[in-house]
Ligand binder design. Structure first.
Ligand SMILES: NC(=O)c1ccc[n+]([C@@H]2O[C@H](COP(=O)([O-])OP(=O)(O)OC[C@H]3O[C@@H](n4cnc5c(N)ncnc54)[C@H](OP(=O)(O)O)[C@@H]3O)[C@@H](O)[C@H]2O)c1
Length: 274
């Protein structure tokens, strides 16, 4: 049986094995997909030993997406323009292909939800691997993106990576507090990992209003802390990242097997019990 895995730390919360099992059942593909918790300083060793021991493909999650990008021999276009990857596939014993399906998966979910149009002004909170990975498809779609992050140094690294892209800008967090009334955002995306520990990113609550779409990349059985906070401050249109998770997984599955699963059926079923 073909072996696949998701690498991350923490990884206990990951629903990727269940989703890939549903895809496999739906399409008749035989695969074994497992979670691997990687020690923070042990990524390179575990990554290469997985492929040496028969692994065919893997998903990469928090906090290894930038590290994995550097280990790939070839990249898809969307991975190259993102600078981070979330999917790898072994091509032969000497060649590993890297892809980024996070951005395309998010865009698909936002379109399904009718949360986005090509003129959307997006406030993107976070400057980690997930934030960086979703920028390219959203810009390509036509949107403008403002990035803010707890650590401004990390925002600057992303801005530097996208230095030739016009539709992206950033603020220091304190400047957002000073000048937020000057800007109108249509969509706010929480791409921080704050919800994982029950925290909320520090942003001015007056940005939230009944018309703004609020999206948390994190997903949980209950509403995420960020989405609860948005509702308290007047948001009416909210979503967690379960749809994105399923859509990005479908693009990974397609890369590995050449078959696109039907995500609509799974999103509909899955939202109820995840
Ligand atoms: N739904 C999906 O399919 C999907 C896909 C990918 C990722 N995700 C989710 O996206 C989140 C981010 O993942 P990642 O890979 O980007 O992680 P990462 O590379 O470790 O980056 C973490 C980001 O969160 C910020 N952060 C952490 N704790 C915070 C807090 N208490 N307040 C404010 N900011 C905080 C960090 O800010 P600093 O720079 O200041 O440290 C950084 O910007 C995770 O929750 C992950 O589960 C979901």
């Amino acid at each position: 049986m073909k072996i696949f895995a998701v690498f991350g730390n923490p990884i206990k919360h990951s629903k990727s094995p269940i989703i890939h099992q549903l895809f496999a059942k739906q399409t008749g593909v035989l695969q074994n997909y497992k979670k691997i918790c990687v020690p923070i300083n042990g990524f390179y060793k575990i990554f290469f030993s997985f492929f040496k021991n028969g692994g065919i493909g893997a998903n990469i999650t928090i906090p290894f997406k930038k590290k994995a990008y550097k280990l790939c021999d070839i990249l898809t276009e969307r991975a190259k323009y993102s600078g981070v990857i979330n999917t790898v596939k072994i091509i032969n014993s000497k060649t590993i292909l890297g892809d980024n399906t996070d951005g395309i998966g998010l865009l698909k979910d936002l379109q399904n939800l009718k949360f986005i149009n090509p003129k959307s002004n997006i406030l993107l909170i976070g400057a980690g691997g997930a934030a960086q990975g979703i920028i390219y498809p959203l810009i390509k779609f036509g949107c403008n993106i403002t990035i803010i992050n707890r650590t401004y140094e990390n925002t600057k690294k992303i801005i530097k990576f996208f230095k030739n892209v016009k539709k992206i800008n950033s603020f220091k967090l304190e400047d957002l507090f000073l000048f937020h009334n000057k800007f109108k955002y249509h969509l706010i995306i929480n791409a921080t990992s704050s919800s994982m520990k029950g925290n909320i990113p520090n942003i001015p609550s007056s940005i939230i209003n009944p018309d703004i779409f609020c999206y948390d990349l994190f997903y949980n059985f209950n509403k995420t802390p960020f989405l609860k906070w948005c509702l308290i401050h007047g948001a009416k249109k909210i979503s967690d990242g379960i749809g994105m998770l399923i859509e990005q997984a479908a693009y990974s599955f397609y890369l590995w097997h050449g078959i696109m699963p039907n995500t609509k059926i799974i999103i509909k079923k899955y939202k109820k019990y995840i």
